[in-house]
Design a protein around this ligand. Structure first.
Ligand SMILES: NC(=O)c1ccc[n+]([C@@H]2O[C@H](COP(=O)([O-])OP(=O)(O)OC[C@H]3O[C@@H](n4cnc5c(N)ncnc54)[C@H](O)[C@@H]3O)[C@@H](O)[C@H]2O)c1
Length: 380
């Protein structure tokens, strides 16, 4: 967990605007990347609009051509080599299924493009190390999407922790409830199996990166030396490796012991993606699907008044967040606000020659944590 990799490349990285961007894989998540690249994503604005979408690529010509039309790309391709050769992008967004990331990303790095890659960037940390080595050898950046870390609620909680408002962090819980086995959903469809089923944690692997970086976002200095992970297939569907994860991690940080809990359930509802941080002085929680931030902590006035003031503050906050969420729904904003903000920071960094918002060390620490959760010695 304390791995360190070669620092990001230093030379020649201040890129003149407009930056030339390309997208490989024009499926579901590309909508969010393309909305940002075409300047249509809400709530960002520093570099969006100063990026040129020079090409989109997909094995499906129909999908590539549609994305190109929708988002005003200069051209569309079904062959990555042709995209790289013709459009010469400064940055390529690799948005294909996970098993293709390393191969496609390496081609892009070797062609001289920086790579922003969707999670899970690779199956395991060893593959990520060779991917990062290839980026370093080509003096290019490689960044994995750690998008939920940039959502407003998580950023607000991080600020509370940094300000010491919750005291020393003692517990971090990340919990996802999603009916992934639903036959009408993209993972549960029996006729068209998702490629994610082939990952080491099956469908849950699609979420393990989020678990890892959200936990480490609040416990980066903690050495988790005791881990137990119960991977289950409660419904027993043959096409599912697992449909449930209950993991406990215990470690030591600079301010004492820290517990982590990572929980994935396909059988609890409604859909939720909560992050809870409990400190020695108070706790805070957000739900990334229905964003709110609840904060409970000692308030001026002492222990008698604190519960009442917390109640009033959280009630006011819930009303404010409710109105804000309604506005977001009307304006069709999605939980991907963090993805747009992360991309905005990444392109600003590329333009300025500064560090990208997701570092190689963060990517590797996340990947190593996922490897450990899947290792036989921690499995319950
Ligand atoms: N960060 C997030 O919150 C988030 C959310 C959803 C998906 N994702 C990730 O994004 C990636 C893609 O997911 P998706 O839901 O968009 O999948 P998808 O199946 O909807 O789209 C993938 C696209 O890639 C294309 N493709 C596959 N192999 C290709 C190749 N060799 N060359 C060109 N195109 C190719 C497919 O034709 C398809 O259009 C996955 O890694 C997934 O885990 C991330």
């Amino acid at each position: 967990m304390n791995s360190s990799v070669d620092p990001s490349p230093q030379s020649g990285l201040t890129q003149a605007l407009p930056l030339k961007a390309a997208v490989v894989g024009t499926g579901g998540i590309s909508q969010e990347h393309l909305a940002f690249l075409s300047g249509r994503a809400p709530a960002v604005g520093t570099v969006a609009g100063r990026i040129r979408l020079v090409g989109v690529c997909d094995l499906s010509e129909a999908s590539a051509s549609y994305a190109s039309q929708q988002y005003g790309a200069s051209g569309y391709y079904t062959d990555i080599a042709e995209l790289l050769e013709t459009a010469k992008p400064d940055v390529v967004h690799v948005l294909t299924p996970p098993e293709t990331h390393l191969g496609i990303g390496t081609l892009c790095l070797e062609a001289g493009s920086h790579v922003i890659c969707e999670k899970p960037i690779t199956d395991n940390a060893a593959d990520l190390k060779s991917f990062l080595a290839s980026a370093a050898a080509n003096d290019r950046h490689l960044m994995e999407s750690h998008n939920y870390r940039f959502n407003r609620g998580v950023q607000q909680m991080r600020q509370l922790v940094d300000d010491g408002a919750l005291g020393a962090v003692r517990e971090v819980e990340v919990r996802i409830s999603l009916p992934v086995t639903d036959p009408d959903g993209r993972f549960g469809d029996r006729n068209l199996p998702s490629p994610i089923h082939k990952m080491p944690a099956g469908v849950i692997h699609d979420f393990t990166t989020h678990f890892g970086y959200l936990l480490l976002n609040f416990s980066s200095e903690v050495n988790f030396h005791r881990i137990a992970a119960a991977w289950s297939n409660h419904e027993g569907r043959a096409d599912f490796r697992y449909d449930d994860l209950d993991a406990l991690l215990i470690g030591d940080g600079p301010h004492g012991a820290v517990h982590g809990r990572l929980r994935f359930s396909a059988n609890t509802g409604p859909d939720a993606f909560t992050v809870t941080v409990r400190g020695s002085q108070g706790w805070a929680e957000t739900d990334l699907f229905q964003p709110y931030v609840n904060v409970v902590r000692p308030r001026p006035g002492g222990s008698q008044l604190s519960p009442i003031v917390n109640h009033i503050a959280n009630g006011g906050g819930l009303i404010r967040d409710g109105v804000r969420n309604l506005g977001r729904k009307i304006l069709q904003h999605s939980p991907y606000e963090g993805l747009h903000l992360m991309l905005d920071e990444a392109y600003t960094a590329l333009a300025n020659g500064t560090a990208l918002p997701v570092t190689p060390d963060q990517m590797l620490a996340t990947s190593e944590l996922v490897d450990r959760l899947l290792s036989d010695e921690v499995k319950l």
